[in-house]
Design a protein around this ligand. Sequence first.
Ligand SMILES: Cc1cc2nc3c(=O)[nH]c(=O)nc-3n(C[C@H](O)[C@H](O)[C@H](O)COP(=O)(O)OP(=O)(O)OC[C@H]3O[C@@H](n4cnc5c(N)ncnc54)[C@H](O)[C@@H]3O)c2cc1C
Length: 409
Amino acid sequence: MNTSDNQFDIVISGAGAIGLISALLLAPHGVKIALIDPKPLKVLTKVDDTRNIALMQSSLNLLKHLGIFDAFYKLSRPLEKLRIVDATNRLLRAPEVEFTAQELGLNYFALNVPMGAILKTLAAQLPQHKNVNCLFGTQITDIKQQADQLDFTLANGKNISGKLLIGADGRNSFARQSASIKTTTKKYPQIALGFAFKHTRDLGNISVEFHRRNGPFTLIPMQNLNDGSQTSLVWSETAEKSEQIKDLPKNELAALIEKITQGIVGKVTEIGYIAAFPLTNINSETYAKSRTILVGEAAHILPPIGAQGMNLGFQDAAIATELVIDAFNMNADIGSDDIMKKYNQQRKLDIHARGKATDMLNVSLMSNFLPMQMARGLGLFALQKSTNLRTSIMKKALSPLGVTPKSML
Ligand SMILES: Cc1cc2nc3c(=O)[nH]c(=O)nc-3n(C[C@H](O)[C@H](O)[C@H](O)COP(=O)(O)OP(=O)(O)OC[C@H]3O[C@@H](n4cnc5c(N)ncnc54)[C@H](O)[C@@H]3O)c2cc1C
């Protein structure tokens, strides 16, 4: 590598979905990018868990902007309705509420896409962009801040530099730690089990969320198979119970799912790999500092309730890249304090509001406090009765709060 081979405009650490999206949004604008991930290319797109992601309208708009929507559509199942069923078995049971995309004039709210398919489809776009230098199988081990750039040492012994670091390196972000950005953490007493299963009765394009005492049990239909239907499940339970569920013989687990789902999926015929995710709400005190912008789970981790995490990450990437490209096109410093300040201002409201909403839903389900149960029940009752309230809540859930980046309109 000669000196210019080592100098980049932007270094992106982490090639998960949000790092990949960031690279694809930046690439057409002629910026020189280094995309770094400790995983070698072969394993980058492999995921153990059978997690599925509901990508909302604004995220789908971003895929359209990138010209890759059709590739996603082929792999997905559209979600037209969301049904909430109170299965808490408490004295005060809330009525069933159904949100329909039609009430918003849409064909569907979201597309449900397997995580592995998201990574594969995004990574397949990289070879088209010669200005994205993929440094896979290595990672940043040291970052030195200079007046007008960051100098990086990599685990493979290489030294590179860049004007800006986009930290997309997930929950234990090295980028975040290097920029001395602190986090606040709220741990919940639950584990979310995420897995797919096959069954005999199709759900239709409806996601059904059973609200149970220990958290939601959410069914999200997946694309139909030739030999039947499959659904992904995110099931929050206490740590102790989730261990027991994971250890159940498959036939007993199948019977339990059939019982909880009250017959709507018919017979459960096959259960996929069960991944366990401790429920936490982690938020960074700032999302940008010292030439470092945090995106995705490097910036915030939400419990997998309400399908928010990756959608928020798409919004981070869209806002960050638009600010950076505007500065780049004006020959301004893309890592300036001004950019850091603007990014932080533009992301704060959205990330805080979604973190709070997820927290409130989870806490209200777990609570034995009667007024809290009443408030949740009344809220759902009001939602059942009022179309205006339902459409207003749906609009808030589907689009970013505050600034909507142009690429998501
Ligand atoms: C069960 C479950 C269901 C979910 N469902 C939904 C949903 O329906 N809708 C939704 O919006 N969200 C959902 N989410 C959240 C979503 O999965 C995450 O928000 C998203 O995958 C985070 O992507 P990321 O790229 O930020 O992080 P990651 O996927 O963690 O990627 C981080 C990348 O950084 C790399 N890395 C690690 N360390 C370093 C380092 N030091 N240097 C460089 N690279 C590094 C890793 O190898 C990895 O490739 C769900 C989550 C769970 C657990």
